[in-house]
Ligand binder design. Structure first.
Ligand SMILES: [Zn+2]
Ligand SMILES: [Zn+2]
Length: 158
C-alpha cells in the first residue's frame, strides 16, 4: 500500500512539473531570466546554450529530495517526489531537446497525433524571437488547438 501511494506521489509530481515548467517558461524564462532563455530562441553556436542552465537548476530539487529521502527515514517519501522531477527531466530531454530540436540526430518522423500536436505547438513557440508575444509554453503538453489541420503537414523543426 505504501509503495502504491509513493508511486502515485511520483506520478503526481511528474504531471505537476509540466505546470511548474509551463509557468516558469511563461513568467520566468520569458520574464526576468530572458537573459538565459534568449539563447534558446537564437541559432545555437556549439552544443550547449545558456538556456541549459535551467535544466541544471531544476536538477537541484530532484537531487536534494532524493538524497533527503534516502538519508532520513521519516522523510522517505521525499525521494519519490525527487524521482518524479527526475522523470520529468528525462522526458523533457527526450521530447524537447531530441524529438523537437534534434540535438541528437534522429530520423524519427512523428505519426502519433499527440506528438505531432506537441511538436507543432513548440515550433509555433519558436516563431517568436523576442521575449514578449510568444505562445504555447508547455513542453510535454499542448492544447488541442495546436493540432495540425492537415495530416500531411510536416511538423518537425528543420
Ligand atoms: Zn521560450
Ligand atoms: Zn525549444
Amino acid at each position: 500500500m505504501e509503495l502504491f501511494i509513493n508511486i502515485l506521489l511520483m506520478i503526481a509530481t511528474f504531471f505537476l512539473m509540466e505546470g511548474v515548467a509551463w509557468a516558469t517558461h511563461k513568467y520566468v524564462m520569458h520574464g526576468f531570466l530572458w537573459c538565459w532563455h534568449e539563447s534558446h530562441h537564437r541559432p545555437r553556436k556549439g552544443f550547449f546554450e545558456k538556456n541549459d542552465l535551467f535544466a541544471v537548476v531544476f536538477s537541484i530539487p530532484s537531487v536534494a529530495t532524493i538524497i533527503a529521502g534516502f538519508e532520513f527515514e521519516n522523510l522517505a517519501f521525499l525521494k519519490w517526489i525527487g524521482f518524479g522531477i527526475l522523470g520529468y527531466g528525462i522526458f523533457y530531454v527526450l521530447f524537447h531537446d531530441i524529438l523537437v530540436h534534434r540535438r541528437v540526430k534522429i530520423k524519427f518522423v512523428a505519426r502519433n497525433p499527440y506528438l505531432r500536436r506537441m511538436i507543432r505547438a513548440h515550433k509555433i513557440h519558436h516563431k517568436h524571437l523576442g521575449k514578449k508575444g510568444a505562445e504555447a509554453f508547455g513542453f510535454l503538453y499542448a492544447p488541442p488547438k495546436y493540432a495540425p489541420k492537415d495530416v500531411n503537414e510536416k511538423v518537425e523543426l528543420e
